[in-house]
Design a protein around this ligand. Structure first.
Ligand code: ADP
Ligand code: MG
Length: 699
């Protein structure tokens, strides 16, 4: 990856003398922004490009070439790659378009491209991208065709969309947002977003990772990676809409519920990733992280020179989950002593229009010193007579001298002047300045979320000893037979192999079988129809509970066979199992999200789960903390506590089942959907009485 961002030399293959071409722009950007290495334009028809000697082919370049930027027409890209292989080029950025994005023919071409590059030992960014850049003074390399070079700073940015890349760089420049590395990854034929995240994890110049994503190439890898990287550096992502889970039909309760209820941000939050809804919001958040410390908590103080903005900011903060706290009495007294009677010294502090720049310094110092406060927002509406620049200077001063040091200060400069000088001054000093109150509130809220993430204990998923051979056998056998679902028997067996308590059960095809089973278990018992085509047994009268006598058993057995036969159902037989009364019905399940991979669900409900919709989701795998949270975060969690004289259920047993299911789906990616519904929970222990398992295409 170093060959991409810190190459000693760059060959621009397809460099052009015509200023309106990409092949010229890239040479120009490299030269104009002071690239510290050597630039070799490659163009068989030119003696020089941009006053630099040109070479007819990369093989004719006299010195070594670390990075090749390819801008030739798509038909010639493969030949150029061969030349680069022979030349010993280690990294290529393929700007040329006409690959996967243009359909079948392009897909073939792209496949050949990535195969050749791999065979030649070359890493490749693109094709169909807008290039990469590194603002570090040691390299100062702009190998993009974007018209702007952003200022240097600690943010590294990956964009999946080239067009967005141009906008992003423009925006960064306009707002003075400091970029370290930027990469437009295009079609991601080789280097992916994940590769960049992994690289930036260890890159000392990168403090915050920003991503503009259209889809996750390898969601499992992303979530695993993100969980680790976000412990050290924040990752902020702009990702489109909700997950695509809804696009496909689901055969399980979990699948159906996941399709409506799981939002991308909830899943991103579980791997510590901060989600922004727009590029604007991404930068709002990034700006705060750029120079400010992460606050210890969400208690915020607001200082303004007008009542209205104070209220708007307070509202925005509260709706983002921040707390506009009561200032401590000494702070209030301190402010009272300086400000006129009409001023409000309670949070939000309104110094009224007569406030001077000095007022800001004093008030901010006071609130930032308050032990009740974790962060402050200073807002300024330009009145007559006070210069915005002076206020900015005071805010900066308050920020520099604040005690303790771990409290962030954000500014909101309202007014019609667009981007007044004060803003640049603030930004220079490391105080992010926003035009809108909501931006500041959102940015601060993101920092607080990040702090909570950092404080969350790091816990590896537990590993339980299980009967792996038996589980593998069950799954393989079904796949070999070309089945996409396990039978109920197999599903329960699979759970059992993973140490999950399962209700004893026996298949009966005759009255005598059923009687023998019932006698073995003891009455009361339950009868259930077993049929390959049957999804929800209760819906067709396929479940009879609480059968107390041999007579009842005979009657029920005969009725079931008859009714199901009349309904045209092909049944394998009837399952006999002990009736386990008094348990509280819960569901534990898994469904596979096309963007995120396996998602686990816990909820209340049994057959009513869809009506109640009281469920919680987590990305798999889950740690013990996650599983505990899944159980406690449903609305009706109290249903599991002591209830109407019944003792509380054994939450620990349920939590363990969730973790065992998590281990199961991690070890068996062929399992695409799973429902344990119900998992009956008792004061001591729990038991699975019904299970459904779907198998997907082998990954
Ligand atoms: P399905 O979900 O296919 O309709 P289940 O096997 O889940 O069928 O049974 C439906 C409901 O019957 C369960 O939610 C539970 O309330 C009850 N039930 C089933 N088996 C038992 C059992 N062994 N003991 C107690 N209740 C049971
Ligand atoms: Mg069920």
């Amino acid at each position: 990856m170093d060959s991409f961002f810190s190459p000693g030399s760059v060959a621009v293959i397809g460099a052009s003398r015509r200023p309106d071409t990409i092949g010229y722009q890239i040479v120009d950007n490299l030269v104009r922004h002071g690239y510290t290495g050597v630039v070799y334009p490659v163009n068989p028809h030119a003696v020089a490009v941009h006053s630099i000697p040109a070479y007819p082919s990369v093989l004719a370049v006299p010195g070594p070439v670390d990075l090749g930027v390819i801008v030739v027409p798509k038909e010639r890209v493969l030949d150029v790659v061969e030349d680069c292989g022979r030349k010993g080029v280690k990294a290529l950025v393929v700007i040329s378009a006409g690959f996967k994005e243009v359909g079948a023919e392009g897909r073939d071409r792209e496949l050949r491209l990535s195969e050749r590059a791999r065979a030649l030992g070359i890493r490749l960014i693109g094709p169909n991208c807008m290039g990469i850049l590194n603002t570090d003074p040691s390299s100062s390399m702009n190998a993009t065709f974007a018209p702007t070079m952003p200022p240097a700073g600690p943010l590294s940015f990956m964009s999946q969309s080239g067009a967005m890349g141009v906008t992003i760089l423009d925006y960064a420049k306009e707002y003075g947002i400091g970029i370290h590395h930027f990469a437009s990854v295009g079609n991601k034929a080789d280097v992916s977003g994940n590769d960049l995240v992994e690289f930036w994890e260890h890159d000392p110049g990168t403090r915050v990772i920003l991503m503009y994503l259209e889809n996750f190439g390898n969601p499992r890898r992303f979530t695993t990676l993100a969980r680790r990287v976000t412990r050290a550096k924040p990752i902020v992502v702009v990702k489109s809409g909700r997950t695509q889970a809804g696009a496909r039909a689901a055969a399980s309760h979990t699948g159906a519920l996941a399709a409506v209820d799981v939002a991308t941000d909830a899943l991103l939050a579980q791997c510590g990733v901060l989600r922004a809804d727009s590029v604007q919001e991404l930068f709002d958040v990034a700006m705060a992280f750029e120079d400010q410390p992460t606050p210890a908590g969400g208690r915020v103080a607001i200082v303004t020179n007008a009542g209205g903005p104070g209220i708007i900011i307070a509202d925005a903060c509260e709706s983002e989950g921040l707390e506009v706290v009561e200032l401590s009495p000494p702070t209030q007294a301190r402010l009272r002593a300086i400000f006129p009677a009409e001023a409000s010294v309670r949070n939000p502090v309104d110094m009224i229009a007569s406030a001077t720049s000095e007022s800001y310094r004093v008030a901010l110092e006071a609130v930032l010193g308050d032990p009740n406060v974790d962060a402050a927002i200073a807002a300024f509406v330009p009145p007559l007579g006070v210069r915005q620049v002076d206020v900015a200077t005071s805010i900066v001063e308050a920020f520099r001298t604040r005690e303790p040091r771990d409290k962030p200060l954000l500014a909101v400069l309202m007014g019609r002047q667009g981007l007044p000088e004060g803003r640049a001054e603030l930004h220079e000093a490391g105080v992010p300045a926003y035009t809108f109150p909501e931006s500041a509130a959102r940015a601060l809220a993101a920092m607080v979320r990040y702090r909570r993430w950092l404080e969350r204990p790091v816990e590896e998923p537990r590993h339980f000893p299980v009967d792996e051979a038996r589980a593998t056998h069950i799954v393989r056998r079904a796949l070999k037979a070309g089945r996409r679902r396990l039978t109920e028997f197999e599903a329960l067996d699979l759970l059992e192999a993973y140490g999950i308590p399962v209700i004893p059960h026996r298949l009966a095809t005759t009255h005598a079988d059923a009687r023998a089973a019932a006698e073995a278990y003891g009455y009361p018992v339950v009868l259930k129809a077993v049929s390959p085509g049957l999804v929800h047994k209760t819906d067709v009268g396929g479940v009879r509970v609480d059968i107390r006598t041999p007579q009842e058993l005979d009657d029920a057995f005969g009725e079931m066979i008859r009714e199901l036969g009349e309904a045209g159902l092909d049944i394998d037989g009837i399952l006999v199992e002990p009736f386990a009364p008094g348990g509280r019905e819960t569901i534990v399940g898994m469904s596979t999200d096309p963007s995120f991979g396996p998602i686990l669900m816990f909820g209340l409900g049994g057959v009513h789960v869809e009506a109640l919709r009281d469920v919680s989701f987590r990305l798999s795998p889950v740690s013990e903390v996650d599983a505990v949270e899944m159980v406690s975060s449903i609305r009706g969690a109290r249903m599991l506590d002591e209830l109407r004289g019944e003792p509380a259920v054994d939450r620990g047993a349920v939590v363990e089942v969730i973790q065992r299911i998590s281990q199961l789906v991690e070890a068996h990616p062929e399992v695409s959907e799973l429902d344990v519904n119900p998992l009956l929970a008792f004061p001591s222990g729990c038991v699975a009485v019904d299970a459904r398992v779907s198998l997907g295409v082998e990954p």
